[in-house]
Structures are given as structure tokens and as C-alpha cells.
Design a protein around this ligand. Sequence first.
Ligand SMILES: [Zn+2]
Length: 420
Amino acid sequence: MKRRQNICCRPALGYGVTILTLLALIFLFGPSSRAEDKTEIKNIRYSTSHGYTRVVVDLSRPVEFTKKRLSSPDRLYFDLKNSRISSEIRNSLPIGDGILKAVRAAQFDPETVRIVLDLERMEDFSAFILDDPAKLVIDVNAGKQQRAPELQRTVVLDPGHGGHDPGAVGKHGLQEKDVVLDIALRVRELLSRDPNMRIVLTRDRDVFVPLEERSLIALKQEADLFVSIHVNASSNRSARGIETYLENWTDEEEAIRVAARENYLSVRKMKEKMAQYRKDDYVGKMLSDLSRDYKREESLALAHYVQRSLYSDAVRVNRKTTDLGVKKAMFFVLMGASMPPSILAEVSFLSNPEEEKLLAGDAYRSVLAQSIVSGIKKYFSSSVPEQKAARIARKTEDRSGGSSPSSDPHRKTATDFAGR
Ligand SMILES: [Zn+2]
């Protein structure tokens, strides 16, 4: 910074002034005149964004400064030369955003103002002077590996069906669309008690919303995750239990049947659609795209948390329930390259008379809602943020428990990849 030349001298004084004149000037204008020689620190402010905090020091004019990092406690300081601090500035500005604890400023000696940044977490920083209007800008970069803890998470809940589409219907007339809406509203109620959670529903009443509009809501809301809630049905009335899906290729007949029903397709049509996608293209595309790979890993983790939570809570009320595990299939509502981690939970079977009876009551719905909430919370407290996930994605193939290696096209492809 060589801008000092512009500010350190007072050409109006010239070189010919006598000491007397100088003294007279000092006498006339007093300390404020001397102060005007200096750069004034007028204001200090900050803003926080994803992974970094910007501190802006507003100045009366550009200034020369030195910078240093000190440890225990971890802090950065900046000495602004030939400066004075306005008496209106508070000495300390608390921040507490997970990156900076606070900014402090004080007159270090008659010529120097020291600005101190108390650090919580920092990867690197940069500092520069801007003029017109003059300011010192300090950017503290905490890296993108971690979110600042106070950042809000947006969860999109998707109660399946609605309006003219009842979804599955039980023997006693209970409709899937009503059960899942009620469960979703309970989940919203419970999750919104956490001020860091923002909950959006794809529908909050009995209306039909097309599948593609549901995923669009997740994109528009910049959701951190998407949870579609459904109730299962089977022509086999004794079928019961809980299963959670993520979007992926499957060759399993039962999973294709479930996906067909939730996609409003016959099994034959569903298989035709799948033939259009072609397995190799579909799987190859997923593996070649890091953000999709990230989404798949995270969806898998989310599915496991929710499935485990649903089953372990439900079995206490519904002793005969079965853990059908985490499965994969092509659900249109979960598809989309830019979708956040997404799952579809089938929380019980409406076609099973005992489960229909349970689903009709408050107590069981409340247990299911509660367990979806704890699954989501466990996921959030353990989730791998995106960039890190992208880097380690290749090593985490073995996290895909719940399906046999031979039926998992990803595992096969990943092994081929590793063998090269
Ligand atoms: Zn459904």
C-alpha cells in the first residue's frame, strides 16, 4: 500500500513555515487539528456468508497498515498507521458466527489504531484497502467444509397423492392421501420447534400436486433435503412393515412395483420407461457427476437414518412390523440432477388390516412423525457437507448396506473403477 504519500503531508503548510507559525497553528486549532492529520476510523461492520466473514472498516481516507496472526487465543490484528479512532465507535463488536468471535478496535499508541479479529475458525484471510469511499476490507475464509452453525436448514416434506388421487386405499376405506398429509403436518409441527429448521410442504391440504411440481418446490426453496411420505400397499394382505427408498436403478421386481404405483404407472409402463433410460447410461451418468454422486451418498445416509428410526420406534407399538430396509428404485418425484438428498418413506401397509387400523389412530401416526423427525435430525448432525463428500465419494461405496452386492450396480461399477 503506497497510498500514504497522498495523505501524510499537508502541502498547505509548505516547508517555509516557522516553528512559531506551527505552534500558533497548533494553539489555534488545538488537538483536533492534529487529529485531522490522521486517518479516522469511522465505523466497523461485518457480514457473514457461506463459509466466510467480511469485516469492513470505514475510513476517512486510505491508510497504510501492517497485519499479523497471533495464537492463544487465535487472533488477527491490523495496525493502521497514522490513524485515530472515532470516539463514537464501540471498542468491541461481537460476531459469534462460527468464524469470528468478535472484532475489537482501540488506539494502540498515539499514531496507531489496532483492529483485532478474535478467531473461531479460519483457513486463510485477505485484507485490502479500497478508496472512494475509503475502507479496509478483511475477508476471513473458514473454508466451505463446514457451515456456520446458525445457518438454517430447509426441509421439504412431500405428503404423497392428494385431491383426486387417494393413493392406496385400505379395506375399511382409509386413504393414503389423508394419512400421509396428517403425518407430514405432525412432522412439520415437531421440526419447526427448532429455530434452525425451515419446513416447506409440497401440499398442506387435500389437493393434487403433479410429481414434477413437487421436486420443483424443493429446487425453488433451495432445500437441504426432500422427504416424500407414503403408505404402502400390496395385493398380498399379509404384507407389512416399513421401507425407505432412494432414487437409483433397481432390478428388483418388488421395488419396481412400488415405484410404478407411486409414479402413477402400471408395472409394464414402468419397465418401458426404465428401458428408455437404459441401465448403463443411467448408472454411468450418476457416477460421473460428482454432485449426483454426493446426492446419492447423502440420500443413502438419510434413508438409513430415517428407516432405522421408523422401524425401531414403530416396532414398540406395532410388534409385528417388519424392517424391509433401504431400497432403490426410480421415483420420478426424487429425480433431478439438482435435487438435494431425497428419500421416499413407505411407513406401513394400508393393505394390511392390522396396519390400517393402527394408521387410522392418532397414537401410531404420532410415533411415525416423531421417528421421521429424529431420523432427519440424526442425518443433519452426521451429514457430510458437499465438497468433502465429493472428494471422498469413491471410498464410501460400502456404506450402501441393505442390498446385496450383486444387485447393486453402483458397487460393481465402483469396483471396476478402483481396479483400473
Ligand atoms: Zn404413495
